[in-house]
Design a binder for this molecule. Structure first.
Ligand SMILES: *Cc1c(COP(=O)(O)O)cnc(C)c1O
Length: 367
């Protein structure tokens, strides 16, 4: 079976480096928020082209802490996409703010600016822009829109590590950027992890207090914060994995190019190719098919795993039924949820695996 991810096929040198890093942490006798975390925060912030990185426990907390560091909370509305991981909306809810759901652009499945405009109100304080599947698009338009409306831009970069737009990286456009290092993400830990990035010194200080009980120094608490700290072990492992990120990203892009060139099936549509080569890091490669369940079964019978991201739009999730949404409805989200399918695209896929996936997709027929 060609799986969605297969970590056991990662380079032996990477595994050896991780074992050395793990040993270093074990022997250091210091396990939470220490030198490894501080070093990784500096490295990741530098990679993203921002001044500060604040290591946190996971990507969902990174979004919540980003919002709270901007003083977005009860009474405020935050507009985001209804086609995202549930964590995006859960994080907004946890901040105390009220999520408002906007529709997507059907060609990319990214948040639609036109739809966002219909979702604005006097209480709109922030937009959480999700770089879905690893794509950055029209960042100039988002930045100028948020600036001119006095709305904070918070980037959900959980799927978009080092995706760039006109040479600038994901996380460097908004007031805050939120990363996840969940194992399946493009840069993944061997457990949970996340990071808040920002170039604003005050937001950075607030975020670093919030992640650790709201304390400014041990036992002196300025806020009701969270326990959302990053482990030394994960930071040390992430630094080893970071050395491979560029190479892994190139590998994902190469597979995506091969898919885009060779997938030919009149019942299947591929999401539009990015307008800039570096704007997509292919966390996922997504196709659309009206007979999605049949296609998925067909792929499985040919030894190819697949998953839908996401089969249920946020406004159809039980706790979200009554959330405010685009008055025109969320028709593109609904269509996408019904038809989308993600194909395997992990960096270690062999050429023959890629070929197997293409042949399996192209041989799909309906009697
Ligand atoms: C994975 C993900 C998150 C949440 O990250 P966790 O580390 O799992 O909490 C948030 N948003 C998006 C778009 C994601 O893909």
């Amino acid at each position: 079976m060609i799986l969605m991810n297969d970590f056991k096929t990662e380079p032996a040198e990477l595994r050896a480096a991780m074992l050395r890093a793990a040993q270093r942490v074990i022997e250091s006798g210091w396990y939470v928020l220490g030198n490894e975390v501080a070093q990784f925060e500096r490295l990741w912030a530098e990679k993203c082209g921002v001044s500060h990185g604040i290591g946190v426990a996971n990507g969902m907390d990174a979004i919540e802490i980003s919002l709270r560091a901007l003083n977005v909370g009860p009474g405020d509305e935050v507009v985001t996409t209804a086609m995202t991981a549930f964590a995006t909306v859960l994080a907004i809810h946890r901040s105390g703010a009220t999520p408002v759901l906007a529709d997507i652009d059907p060609d990319t499945a990214l948040l639609s600016l036109e739809s966002v405009k219909r979702c604005l109100g006097p209480r709109t304080k922030a937009i959480v822009l999700v770089h879905l599947y690893g794509q950055l698009a029209e960042m100039d338009a988002w930045v100028s829109f948020c600036d001119s409306h006095n709305i904070f831009l918070v980037e959900d970069c959980a799927q978009a590590h080092l995706a760039s737009w006109n040479g600038r990286f994901a996380g460097s456009f908004g007031a805050m950027g939120a990363f996840s290092f969940y194992p399946t993400k493009n840069l993944g830990a061997l457990g949970d992890g996340g990071m808040v990035v920002t170039t604003d010194d005050e937001y950075a200080v607030y975020a670093s207090k919030l992640r650790n009980y709201g304390q400014r120094q041990r036992y002196y608490h300025d806020h009701y914060g969270l326990n959302s700290r990053l482990d030394e072990m994960q930071a040390a492992l992430l630094m080893e994995r970071l050395r491979y990120l560029d190479q892994f990203t190139e590998s994902r892009r190469k597979i995506a190019l091969t898919y885009a060139k060779n997938i030919r099936q009149n019942r299947i549509e591929i999401l539009s190719t990015p307008t800039q080569q570096k704007s997509h890091v292919y966390h996922l490669f997504v196709i659309k098919c009206n007979e999605r369940e049949l296609l998925q079964a067909h792929l499985k019978s040919h030894g190819v795993d697949s998953l839908s991201h996401y089969p249920v739009s946020i406004h159809h999730q039980i706790p979200c039924i009554d959330l405010k949404k685009d008055p025109k409805g969320l028709g593109y989200c609904e269509e996408h949820a019904r038809t989308c399918l993600s194909l395997p695209i992990y960096p270690q896929m062999e050429n023959s695996d890629v070929e197997t996936v293409i042949n399996a997709v192209n041989s799909f027929r309906i009697d």
